[in-house]
Design a protein around this ligand. Structure first.
Ligand SMILES: Nc1ncnc2c1ncn2[C@@H]1O[C@H](COP(=O)(O)OP(=O)(O)O)[C@@H](O)[C@H]1O
Ligand SMILES: [Mg+2]
Length: 410
């Protein structure tokens, strides 16, 4: 028998379903059914009595349904995560189940394998993510030492495209430069479809493909010549002009770029593609923060969970992962609290959905933190700056130069 089986509570109003599930799971050494209940109310009572590792529940039940049960358990017994079972087509249930805090959703009929792997997955996640819960969204502690010699790297990432990575990376880099007076670089690692050049209206012929040409003699000075100069003096390494040139850039080239750019700048912001290849993985390894961007829609939050799972499996310290919610408006599938519950990670900053500020900025070829510095969307980016770089560190990075504006105390 496994060292300590996963203790499961089954909640379903149909006796034969409960019996079948129990029988099905009796073959698994690592899962033990510790109790059953015939409705949501009894489910809550049994959960409170037994403190199971996982509650497996049906949706439609008398007295209290599976959604209400989930809501209550999420609040009262967060250490007993819920897996909801429902028949196909109940799409609305999926949304409500996730909002209520359910960790998995099984669509009936499901196979034995699907059931067992869902139980194991949720349990494994619960074990690992226990540490996430203890965290709060407090700003990082202020560092007392100054620049160590190499610039700090912040990667903006999401396993899903179109969530706002590029727009956030570009605005973040410019806001960092303005707020701290530090030297900031922006590296476009979306090698096939880099948008930074267009976004910042940079008319510059050199890009990361020039690093390939200069690989035998690349140093900080050579790299400096390849960089474009963007708003607020941000040094920008552009992506190749054509997608087919992306393949020329190897992970080794990317490593060389970071070795040199960190000598030139205090902060390096990276706009990543959605592809988790070797190049971006090695950048994540040296990054001090990885900003995972998500929207508040069901597909986006589901993908954020996958992204966080991948980072976790790469053993990236959860302390280095910040969750940034983008395009927040009143019509989202989720709110901040439900997202945090579901992802088990605190939201660091919420960036509002502001199509006008965004499109005005696009049209002017400037970041919105410059075209509309007082808009909420720009304030949110500055808040992000503050989360990444505590004031003391900012002052040190900026050297003796006077800070332009006292934005930190908005
Ligand atoms: N907060 C926002 N408000 C309004 N539009 C946004 C916002 N964030 C992103 N967008 C828009 O969404 C689209 C995708 O953004 P982009 O930064 O290119 O995403 P990614 O780099 O993740 O693929 C762009 O058209 C952008 O203008
Ligand atoms: Mg992009």
């Amino acid at each position: 028998m496994a060292e300590k089986p996963i203790r499961l509570l089954i909640v379903d109003d149909i006796q034969s379903t409960r019996d079948n599930l129990r029988k099905l799971l009796s073959f698994e050494d690592d899962i033990e059914v510790v109790g059953t209940a015939g409705d949501g109310k009894e489910g809550v009572e049994e959960a409170q009595r037994l403190h199971p590792d996982i509650v497996l529940t049906d949706v439609n039940m008398p007295l209290m349904d599976g959604i209400q049960l989930t809501e209550q358990l999420t609040q009262d017994l967060p250490a007993s995560p819920v897996i909801i079972m429902s028949v196909q087509g109940e799409r609305d249930y999926l949304r409500r189940a996730m909002q209520a805090g359910a960790r998995e959703f099984l669509i009936k009929p499901f196979s034995h394998d699907e059931l067992v792997s869902a139980i194991r997955r949720v349990y494994a996640m619960e074990l690992k993510k226990g540490t996430f819960l203890a965290r709060t969204a407090e700003p990082p502690p202020a560092v007392t030492s100054g620049r160590s010699g190499l610039g700090e790297v912040f990667v903006v990432f999401s396993a899903k495209g179109g969530v706002g990575k590029s727009i956030i990376a570009a605005n973040l880099a410019v806001a960092l430069a303005r707020e701290t007076d530090a030297k900031v670089a922006l590296v476009d690692l979306d090698l096939q479809f880099g948008d930074i050049g267009v976004m910042l209206n940079l008319n510059h012929s050199r890009s990361i493909t020039d690093v390939v040409d200069a690989q035998d003699h690349l140093d900080a000075e050579v790299l400096d010549d390849i960089l474009a100069v963007g708003p607020a003096g941000v040094r920008v390494l552009l992506a190749p002009v054509k997608p087919e040139l992306a393949d020329l850039v190897t992970p080794d080239h990317v490593r060389m770029v970071f070795a040199e750019v960190r000598k030139l700048c205090d902060f390096v912001v990276v706009d990543a593609s959605s592809h988790l290849g070797e190049a971006i993985l090695q950048v994540m390894e040296i990054a001090s923060k990885i900003l995972v961007v998500t929207g508040l829609t069901i597909p986006s939050v589901k993908n954020a969970r996958l992204t966080l799972g991948v980072l976790e499996s790469l053993n990236i310290d959860p302390e280095r992962v910040l969750l940034v919610v983008n395009r927040v408006d009143g019509y989202s599938d989720f709110n901040k609290e439900a997202t945090e519950q579901y992802l088990r990670v605190p939201v660091t900053v919420q960036i509002p959905h502001d199509p006008k500020a965004v499109s005005d900025a696009w049209n002017q070829g400037k970041p919105f933190v410059e075209t509309q510095p007082e808009a909420e969307i720009s304030r949110a980016i500055r808040e992000l700056v503050f989360r990444l770089v505590p004031q003391e560190q900012a002052a040190l990075a900026g050297g003796d130069k006077k800070r332009r504006r006292g934005i930190f105390g908005r």
